[in-house]
Design a protein. Structure first.
Length: 118
């Protein structure tokens, strides 16, 4: 004999189990599912590391502006968080580009304006 929890009993009696949509493919899945039955993507706590907050920060340091792809695909981040990360990643990219440009100007000045052979 199966032992049911109160929630399962209510769902079985009402015939209306709580369902949500998969963030990746849009299929209806049960609220308790950890993975989508249609596409196999993780749901809730089973989402890949690169879609979480700390993963976005690691990807930003490793990939720069290419991390924005993962920011906007993330099911974990809210829309406001996605816009915030987009602005911060853009500022970080401009800062790093400016630092590299200043290094380039510094080394050009050290070389006395000599052109590098191509």
């Amino acid at each position: 004999m199966d032992v049911w929890t109160d929630k399962e009993l209510v769902d079985a009696i009402s015939g209306d189990p709580k369902s949500i949509m998969c963030w990746a493919c849009g299929a209806n899945i049960d609220a308790g599912d950890n993975y989508c039955r249609r596409c196999g993507k993780g749901q809730g706590g089973c989402v890949r590391w690169y879609y979480k907050h700390w993963g976005v920060l690691v990807l930003t340091l490793a990939m720069g502006p290419f991390a924005l792809y993962f920011v906007w695909r993330s099911p974990v981040l809210s829309r406001n968080a996605k816009w915030t990360y987009t602005a911060l990643i853009s500022l970080f990219t401009w800062y790093v580009a400016g630092v590299f440009y200043n290094f380039w100007l510094f080394f050009q000045a050290m070389l006395g304006g000599m052109q590098l052979p191509y």
